[in-house]
Design a binder for this molecule. Structure first.
Ligand SMILES: Nc1ncnc2c1ncn2[C@@H]1O[C@H](COP(=O)(O)OP(=O)(O)OP(=O)(O)O)[C@@H](O)[C@H]1O
Ligand SMILES: [Mg+2]
Length: 222
């Protein structure tokens, strides 16, 4: 089996306005070491797919397997631990904790998942590598969008995950910051990590070695 597997993945959201079919019977296999870009029009299910793949959104039916572990057969506690140790997530809107410094945002991520200890030194090294050493004691609100996104990438990398899932990580950035963020993801990939990145068809997708196109909750090319 491939490193990441979606099998007949279906996600329907129930709302007051009715049922929304966000994903319909999606099959997707991704090998370890791939860099995959997920593209498609707004509302086609990209974020839904990424959240399900990251163990953060239980599908209506179908299965998600990461590194031979079927995520939604785990208890929520086991799944959180698995996620903390194997999966890094970069959100489009950063999701940094507003009242913690950048350094704390990053190194506290290493304390979750049960068997790992907060690793402040690694957090400092990552910040240094991302050109942010002099910003470590700033709050997220005191940083530019590009700096926040770099901090979010550092947080995703803190536990040396096997895979990074990134939802439009360059969406809010100017071209320079965008290419920096993509470069960090490429370096992670070159060191053997797997990357799945949602993009809106910008230059970011040039970094990918495969493009998966979604439309109306289904894969139309891969
Ligand atoms: N929590 C939710 N409750 C109900 N419907 C939702 C929810 N989240 C997403 N949807 C719907 O599911 C569909 C897929 O949403 P999703 O966020 O996955 O799209 P997307 O491809 O990431 O879009 P975008 O490019 O705009 O971020 C959309 O029609 C959306 O309105
Ligand atoms: Mg989205």
């Amino acid at each position: 089996m491939s490193f990441l597997n979606l099998h007949q993945l279906t996600k329907h959201y129930r709302t007051k306005g009715g049922n929304v079919e966000a994903l319909n019977s999606v099959d997707l296999s991704i090998d370890a070491g791939e860099f995959v870009a997920i593209q498609g029009p707004s509302g086609c299910g990209k974020t839904t797919l990424l959240l399900a793949l990251g163990g953060m959104l239980r599908p209506t039916s179908g299965s998600v397997t990461v590194d031979d572990t079927e995520l939604y057969r785990l208890s929520s506690r086991e799944r959180a631990a698995f996620r903390a140790n194997s999966i890094g997530f970069v959100f489009q809107m950063f999701h940094l904790v507003p009242y913690l410094s950048i350094l704390e945002n990053i190194w506290l991520g290493s304390g979750v998942g049960g068997n790992t200890k907060p690793d402040k030194e690694r957090a400092q090294t990552l910040l240094d590598q991302l050109g942010m050493a002099d910003r470590q004691h700033h709050l997220p609100s005191e940083l530019s969008a590009g700096e926040k996104q770099r901090a979010a990438v550092a947080r995703a990398m803190i536990n040396q995950p096997k895979v990074i899932l990134a939802d439009e990580p360059t969406g809010n950035l100017d071209p320079n910051n965008a290419s920096d963020v993509v470069r960090y993801l490429q370096e992670f990939n070159r060191d053997g990590g797997t990357v799945v990145m949602v993009t809106h068809g910008t230059n970011a997708d040039l970094a990918a070695n495969r493009v998966v196109q979604l439309e109306k909750g289904q894969i139309i090319s891969q």
